[in-house]
Design a protein around this ligand. Structure first.
Ligand SMILES: NC(=O)c1ccc[n+]([C@@H]2O[C@H](COP(=O)([O-])OP(=O)(O)OC[C@H]3O[C@@H](n4cnc5c(N)ncnc54)[C@H](O)[C@@H]3O)[C@@H](O)[C@H]2O)c1
Ligand SMILES: C[N+](C)(C)CCCC=O
Length: 488
């Protein structure tokens, strides 16, 4: 039984107007530790009264925040980044309890990634500038204005990172944010809110409210909300984007994918195997950008599969709180069931299981890292996002052929390729329809790099300077310097 709970335990369901708030009349949402299936906490969904408090305080606080100079705003975000780094261990334990991801992973990828974003946008906050244009003696200038109250809605795979990737650029540019975490991982965003306020963020500017899709939908359609930034699945993205755009609200959509990794015959095979492992089994495969369609040149596929199988079978599967563990459970029972159904379908459609393919016999939501081969492009496991530790290995012989097959999907989140031929690398990458691409690497996302998808995988980008554009709108000012002429 997992009885330990870190000092970092949030003390109530919501964080509103600078403080924890509880309202037990909201529907209870159990917080389940995925490694054991044990309920470790209960939060309550936001009631209409809770949402009203969150919206009213955010609306009030945002005006003063927008008037503050960028340097002062940025200093608060950078202070929050420092606090996160100081508390990385306890926040990483909390992330592991929320998601089931191994501590070995959360120690380096979650709170630290959140801190990176706060630090990055904290630095940029002082550099929110417009442009000026000359028209003879007259001129015009632009001012980036904050949008107002923005809503962030999170998925369950990166609860700290998603809260920070949305919150940091929103706050740096003078907005308030109301963040609704996934109902499956409600704890970590509360700590982000607590730390931001400890760092000096005025009350009301980063509120966290819990709930299912209906709470996200209520926030999306509230007239006080100017923008919605969602991380989630394509079907949810379509609903949220439709509801937001019906009211002319701006959106950022970070959605799902079925991304390709192309491994050419001249690739460094060990690098390619490492890239395929990182791009499929990190976070037990619950990563939007994963390269789950691995196209390997026919001439090297046997060697690739042998090395891949032997390395995957050394994964240390066990207690996620043990730092030696490097492969954890699925985050929810529902997601485990989805992955198991996909594996049944893959077998029925003729896939060969190279390794894994089975539920691991322990309490909690465990499934072995799985590699499938002998696949065709029309099989369900090759077409649909599984969002679990299932890699589909396909073969190819020709560059044009593999580019066409890589692009043959409704998604367009990410893509990767491994080759020693840099001319080919750039030629191929230019033809891949994907928002984020890696050459001889996979899934690295430093905050200075735009991240996001094209086609059904999303709208807009997170991170980098352009995220500041997505949380501001340009106000243009024309300045007349001469007498005003009129026809009559
Ligand atoms: N592109 C990215 O950056 C990125 C990152 C992580 C996860 N994802 C994607 O997220 C999916 C997995 O996460 P999930 O299962 O939590 O996704 P989901 O779409 O089921 O839920 C995402 C969030 O949307 C909320 N929601 C559901 N219906 C809503 C509605 N009608 N209005 C407003 N909010 C609503 C949920 O409560 C949750 O907080 C995968 O498809 C994955 O690829 C994308
Ligand atoms: C930083 N990662 C691991 C690529 C995750 C990005 C967000 C997608 O799930």
């Amino acid at each position: 039984m997992m009885t330990d709970f870190p000092n970092a335990r949030p003390t109530a369901s919501h964080f509103i107007d600078g403080t924890y708030v509880e309202d037990t009349t909201g529907a209870p949402i159990p917080v389940i530790y995925p490694a054991t299936g044990e309920t470790i906490a209960t939060v309550h969904a936001a009631t209409p009264e809770i949402l009203e408090r969150a919206l009213a305080s955010a609306t009030r606080a945002q005006r003063d925040w927008a008037a503050m100079d960028g340097t002062s705003r940025g200093r608060i975000l950078r202070r929050a980044a420092d606090i996160i780094r100081e508390r990385n261990h306890e926040l990483s334990v909390l992330e592991t309890l929320d998601t089931g991801k191994p501590l070995q992973e959360t120690l380096v990828a979650d709170a630290t990634s959140g801190a990176d974003a706060l630090e990055y946008f904290g630095g940029l906050a002082a550099d929110l500038t417009g442009t000026s244009m000359q028209f003879g003696g007259d001129w015009a200038y632009t001012i980036p204005r904050p949008l107002g109250v923005c809503v962030g809605i999170g998925a369950w795979n990166y609860p700290t990172q998603i809260a920070c990737w949305k919150g940091a650029p929103a706050l740096a540019t003078g907005n308030a944010m109301i963040f609704k975490p996934s109902e499956s991982t409600p704890l970590c965003a509360l700590k982000v809110a607590e730390i931001l306020h400890e760092a000096g963020l005025p009350a009301g500017l980063f509120n966290v409210v819990q709930g299912m899709g209906d709470v996200g939908a209520a926030l999306t359609t509230d007239a006080r909300v100017a923008k919605v930034s969602l991380t989630g699945s394509v079907p949810t993205g379509k609903k949220v984007a439709a509801a937001a755009s019906a009211q002319m609200k701006q959106v950022t959509m970070e959605l799902g994918g079925k991304s390709p990794i192309l491994i050419f015959e001249d690739a460094d095979i060990d690098d390619a195997v490492s890239g395929a492992i990182n791009g499929n089994f990190y976070s037990s495969g619950q990563v939007c950008s994963n390269g789950t369609r691995v196209f390997v040149h026919q001439s090297i596929v046997q060697e690739f599969l042998e090395r891949l199988k032997s390395r995957v079978e050394t994964a240390v599967i066990g207690d996620p709180l043990d730092e030696a563990t490097n492969f954890g459970p699925m985050t929810t029972q529902a997601q485990l069931d989805i992955v198991l159904r996909h594996l049944d379908t893959a077998r029925a459609e003729g896939a060969t299981v190279v390794t894994g393919g089975i539920r691991i016999d322990r309490e909690g939501f465990w499934i072995a890292p799985t590699v499938l081969s002998d696949l065709t492009d029309d099989m369900t496991c090759v077409r649909e996002e599984i969002f679990g530790p299932v890699m589909s290995v396909l073969t190819f012989t020709d560059e044009d052929e593999v580019i066409a097959r890589a692009n043959d999907t409704e998604f367009g989140l990410s893509a990767g390729l491994f080759t020693r031929d840099l001319t080919r690398a750039h030629r191929v990458v230019a033809q891949l329809q994907a928002g984020t691409c890696w050459i001889n690497q996979y899934n690295l996302t430093p905050p200075g790099m735009p991240f996001g998808g094209s086609r059904a995988s999303g709208i807009g980008r997170e991170n980098a300077r352009m995220a500041m554009d997505h949380f501001t709108e340009v106000q243009t000012v024309y300045v007349g310097m001469s007498p005003v002429e009129a026809a009559y």
